[in-house]
Design a protein. Structure first.
Length: 67
């Protein structure tokens, strides 16, 4: 890629308002997709099993409340 983080920051900082809006919308989708992929990977690998099991155990013992 070649650009340093500082260079990217400078480019973003200097974007005109309309282009910044477009960038923000793009980045929001990009970040959400990356987050979804990470969660899917964590679920598939079993990384979240201990947390899920602990939550289920608490619920079964009445230590949870309705949202």
């Amino acid at each position: 890629m070649g650009l340093a983080i500082e260079e990217i920051e400078e480019i973003i900082t200097n974007l005109p308002h309309e282009k910044l809006k477009i960038f923000r919308a793009w980045y929001e989708k990009f970040d959400a997709n990356a987050w979804d992929a990470q969660i899917e990977s964590d679920v598939s690998s079993g990384k979240l099993d201990a947390l899920a099991n602990a939550a289920i155990a608490k619920h079964k013992t009445g230590k949870t409340r309705r949202l």
